[in-house]
Ligand binder design. Structure first.
Ligand SMILES: Cc1cc2nc3c(=O)[nH]c(=O)nc-3n(C[C@H](O)[C@H](O)[C@H](O)COP(=O)(O)OP(=O)(O)OC[C@H]3O[C@@H](n4cnc5c(N)ncnc54)[C@H](O)[C@@H]3O)c2cc1C
Length: 102
């Protein structure tokens, strides 16, 4: 019944994505939006992402992050993905410095 489910790990894809915004929403807490129609269109509740920083090998290993929300573009097509993260360690302390377009 679930053999062709898009939520299975063997359907995982990798994308290099631009930051749309990366706003502080609370103490040490940021909401990041990136553009990736491929993920936004196939998002399934309970899925999570593995985040890595482009052109940076510290940290080398991706960090899991829940998908907070997906958002449509002005034509109504699912295009954007939001994550909310708390700044704590290697990845998040670098990620919080990223700005739109990076
Ligand atoms: C399925 C899943 C979903 C997740 N979703 C989210 C999410 O939506 N949002 C989110 O914010 N996180 C989420 N996490 C946690 C996330 O994956 C990371 O663990 C988190 O963001 C920290 O990554 P980091 O590289 O910044 O910290 P790391 O460098 O990996 O450090 C981890 C923690 O250890 C502390 N630490 C590191 N080095 C030291 C040291 N020498 N002494 C004392 N403390 C130290 C850091 O301050 C940090 O709090 C999720 C995890 C899982 C498994």
């Amino acid at each position: 019944m679930y053999s062709d489910s898009v939520c299975f790990a063997d359907q995982a894809t990798q994308h290099r994505v631009p930051v749309v915004f990366n706003n502080q929403i609370a103490e040490n807490t940021f909401r990041l939006r990136f553009e990736c129609p491929e993920i936004a269109q196939g998002a399934t509740p309970g899925q999570f992402l593995m985040l890595r920083l482009a052109n940076c090998d510290e940290p080398l290993i991706g960090r899991p992050s829940a998908m907070y929300e997906t958002e449509v573009d002005r034509h109504g097509h699912p295009t954007f993905v939001d994550v909310v993260y708390v700044v704590g360690g290697k990845l998040t302390s670098r990620l919080c410095k990223f700005t739109a377009g990076q």
